[in-house]
Design a protein around this ligand. Structure first.
Ligand code: FES
Length: 95
């Protein structure tokens, strides 16, 4: 769906730029040229950005532990790590 008619920018392009690290309207303007014409899309772009960043923060962050398989794990919350934390890592952890 087009979010910026003046510059023919789609919501997918916004999502890709945000996924690539854009975190402000100004960065999206620099990356894509969005909201650089009449400006009437700026509020919608700002809302799209806020929603995308909020969704990213709400998403679970995968935790990689050396030596543990990560492929095929669909519910990382199902695992509980126990053990001692040391400067070298986690000792005696069990799943
Ligand atoms: S619609 Fe985006 S700048 Fe005009």
């Amino acid at each position: 769906m087009y979010v910026c008619i003046c510059n023919a920018i789609t919501s997918r392009q916004l999502d890709a730029a945000i996924e690539g690290g854009a975190a402000t309207l100004e960065q999206l303007q620099m990356d894509l040229g969005v909201a650089m014409g009449c400006g009437c899309c700026a509020e919608g772009v700002q809302q799209h950005l806020a929603d995308a960043l909020a969704a990213r923060q709400a998403a679970p962050v995968p935790v990689a532990v050396a030596g543990l398989p990560t492929a095929g794990v669909t519910d990382p919350g199902a695992f509980t790590l126990t053990g001692r934390q040391s400067a070298a890592g986690v000792d005696g952890c069990s799943l």
